[in-house]
Design a protein around this ligand. Structure first.
Ligand SMILES: *[C@@H]1O[C@H](CO)[C@@H](O)[C@H](O)[C@H]1NC(C)=O
Ligand SMILES: *[C@@H]1O[C@H](CO)[C@@H](O)[C@H](O)[C@H]1NC(C)=O
Ligand SMILES: *[C@@H]1O[C@H](CO)[C@@H](O)[C@H](O)[C@H]1NC(C)=O
Ligand SMILES: *[C@@H]1O[C@H](CO)[C@@H](O)[C@H](O)[C@H]1NC(C)=O
Ligand SMILES: *[C@@H]1O[C@H](CO)[C@@H](O)[C@H](O)[C@H]1NC(C)=O
Ligand SMILES: *[C@@H]1O[C@H](CO)[C@@H](O)[C@H](O)[C@H]1NC(C)=O
Ligand SMILES: [Ca+2]
Ligand SMILES: [Ca+2]
Length: 295
């Protein structure tokens, strides 16, 4: 029996050169799920572990593991032989950690997911009432609210000009003269040499708007940090969008900036501010904040 197990191990190992297995490097992607799209693709095994590090170790220990998906709510660790782009894709999902091999083929899929969590205001609850409901997955200061389109408080309707694929909700300033939300994310070590060799570009975009002739608006900034959390390179701000940019029409307008991720970058922060110019409601609105990378 022992002999047979050893034999099958060596048969397997001869198909995958041992040095590849030893040098395998797994990258950790937070709030990201590897999703099979091929019906043939399903986990080779599912185990239950107490944290994602144990799932990471389980993948390193399994000769055939190329991707593992850890669910923080159920503690399940699904082991796959497949890598992204081979049979699946990466989607954003809260409480899910994907641990995966990145190679030439999968890199584009990993880079081009939206690195901002809940940039579209569709995760968690939205309101259509006159209440303060801070957006999910963002640090917030003040009244910033995740509001349904068609609410008679933000006055942004699904029929108003804006993104075609806007979902059901948007970010809304609500009441105070200035209210903010922000999130900071780390790049896993896999990306550090790519960033330092000046091969990673970014595309940072958002839809920013407001109500009729009011100059209430928003703006979105992107800041890069080095390994000591010191700012590095230039911060980029998109917006504000004023009533004159909208021709006085209630709408959301697309704004974007592109550039090179500065050498030495290890994390980034997205900072969003809503600014009231008129009345008691802060009618600045934003949707679809997106930070995509490419080579
Ligand atoms: C929150 O906003 C208030 C008012 O603008 C400001 O005084 C305060 O410093 C802010 N706090 C944080 C943590 O940003
Ligand atoms: C939103 O409002 C528009 C314009 O009044 C209407 O055509 C549309 O059916 C509404 N959609 C929802 C989901 O309420
Ligand atoms: C905008 O948000 C919608 C709704 O969630 C999403 O389907 C779409 O991919 C987003 N588009 C961009 C360009 O981020
Ligand atoms: C980001 O990196 C810093 C420094 O290495 C670390 O202290 C922090 O816990 C990391 N944050 C996350 C969310 O991984
Ligand atoms: C640049 O890329 C090369 C080859 O991919 C790598 O060996 C080197 O460490 C990278 N340089 C930096 C500064 O990260
Ligand atoms: C940046 O991303 C947006 C949204 O995905 C897209 O519409 C636009 O074409 C991109 N711009 C560039 C220069 O890649
Ligand atoms: Ca949305
Ligand atoms: Ca107002």
């Amino acid at each position: 029996m022992k002999f047979l197990i050893l034999l099958s191990f060596f048969t397997c190992a001869s198909q995958l050169p041992l040095q590849n297995i030893r040098t395998i490097e797994l990258s950790i992607l937070y709030n990201a799920r590897y999703q099979c799209v091929d019906p043939q693709c399903s986990p080779i095994t599912i185990i239950f572990v107490s944290n994602f590090e144990k799932c990471h170790m389980a993948c390193l220990d399994n000769i055939n593991c190329r991707t593992a998906v850890f669910n923080e709510l159920t503690d399940s660790c699904e082991i796959f032989t497949d890598i992204i782009r081979q049979y699946g894709q990466i989607i954003n999902e809260e409480n899910i950690v994907t641990i995966t091999t990145i190679d030439e083929r999968s890199l584009t899929a990993v880079l081009q997911r939206n690195w901002i969590v809940n940039g579209d205001g569709e995760t968690g609850l939205c309101t259509s009432d006159n209440v303060i409901l801070n957006p999910t997955d963002w640090n917030c200061n003040g009244t910033v609210t995740q509001e349904y389109y068609n609410s008679t408080y933000s006055f942004q309707f699904l029929t108003d000009p804006g993104p075609a694929d806007r979902g059901n909700c948007h970010f809304y300033g609500q009441a105070s003269a200035s209210t903010t939300m922000w999130q900071t994310r780390n790049f896993t070590s896999f990306f550090h040499p790519l960033i330092d060799n000046k091969t990673i570009w970014y595309n940072f975009s958002a839809w920013i708007g407001g109500l009729n002739s009011q100059d209430d608006t928003g703006q979105v900034s992107l800041t890069f940090f080095d390994g000591s959390y010191q700012t590095i390179g230039n911060s980029i701000t998109i917006g504000p969008v004023l009533a004159s940019d909208r021709n006085g029409i209630t709408s959301l307008i697309f704004r974007q900036a592109t550039g090179l991720v500065p050498v030495g970058t290890r994390s980034f922060q997205v900072f969003v501010e809503f600014i009231r110019a008129m009345g008691t409601s802060n009618n600045g609105v934003i949707d679809n904040i997106s930070f995509i990378l490419y080579q």
